[in-house]
Write a protein of this length. Structure first.
Length: 311
């Protein structure tokens, strides 16, 4: 089992697809290193556009390039993308249905000690509010490559939330990505755990502790729109106890999605949302410190299982 960076796998995939003839052009807002796009630029120097620190222009130019027949892919930090270019994401891409693929890089606590100005906890909730976007949060590099390949060949806007760091591959190389599919990594009857993207690694790290307490269904929520919720509904109906895990606000992301499913389908399940709660900022500290502070590491997830089992 290897350990891989999601961004590097995406760039590798884009190089292959551009080499196969897809008219891909990559736009950055002074984020060449953040996006790890240098190998693509070395192969296709005319296909990388750096607009500078101008996120609104980044999205507007991408929309114009899409109208001109290109397949634009944008890469910059999610914290600046979401805060600075909300109008362009809504009007130029969502309302227009523009064929642009947007990467939100460094979501959650990825920026570590750069602090709350750089921690993005609302990217999923914001993009969920914009029609037309398909929304993905890959759980490992294998899935990231496949989602990237799907995204650039799908007509219309796509948002990909790419967590920073290296993660072990949890999917086999022959895994086949299905838009809307839900990934299940463990099965049991006691508790349902739904983790957003790479947060599934923390849930899997907690598995040895959880097994001493109960059986557990562990899912990675990688495809938020589209979403075939049937496996989640079946599990939540079976266990009646649901825990969501995400480096995101507890509003609008994985936790909210689970709450909506429980309410809309009348499941009556108990829900415990692990994330950054109402009225709280992150800490100006590393991702590890923030995960520990908000109960998003393996011990915190195991404690949440104890809590929900206790009623």
């Amino acid at each position: 089992m290897g350990i891989f960076d999601l961004r590097e796998k995406q760039v590798e995939t884009l190089i292959r697809l551009a080499g196969e003839g897809l008219n891909i052009i990559y736009l950055v807002s002074d984020s060449v290193s953040t996006s790890k796009i240098k190998p693509f630029r070395e192969r296709f120097p005319e296909r990388v556009v750096n607009v500078g620190i101008a996120e609104q222009n980044l999205i507007g130019i991408a929309a114009g390039l899409a109208n001109s027949g290109y397949i634009p892919v944008t890469g910059n930090a999610a914290s600046f993308l979401i805060s600075r270019s909300a109008e362009q994401l809504k009007v130029d891409l969502s309302y227009a249905g523009a064929n642009v693929k947007v990467n939100g890089l460094h979501p959650g606590f990825s920026y570590g000690t750069d602090g709350i100005t750089h921690h993005e906890l609302n990217d999923i909730s914001v993009i969920r509010g914009y029609p037309a976007f398909e929304i993905f949060a890959p759980c490992d590099a294998v899935e990231c490559g496949l989602i990237t390949e799907y995204a650039v060949q799908r007509r219309g806007p796509v948002y990909m939330s790419l967590n920073t760091g290296v993660f072990p591959a949890v999917l086999p190389e022959d895994y086949r990505f299905v838009p809307g599919g839900v990934l299940q990594f463990h099965g049991g009857n006691g508790v349902t755990i739904i983790a957003l993207g790479t947060a599934v690694h923390d849930a899997l790290d907690a598995l040895p502790q959880i097994r001493r307490l109960c059986g557990v269904d562990i899912f990675a929520l990688s495809s938020l729109r589209p979403l075939d919720a049937a496996p989640l509904l079946e599990s939540m109906r079976k266990t009646g106890k649901v825990i969501t895990v995400e480096q995101h606000s507890t509003h609008g992301g994985c936790g909210s999605l689970a709450a909506e499913l429980i309410a809309e389908h009348g499941l009556g399940a108990r829900l415990l949302r692990l994330g950054v709660p109402e009225g709280v900022f992150t800490r100006n500290a590393s991702a590890a410190v923030n995960k520990r502070a908000f109960g998003l590491d393996a011990p915190g997830i195991a404690d949440a299982v104890k809590k929900i089992l206790a009623g």
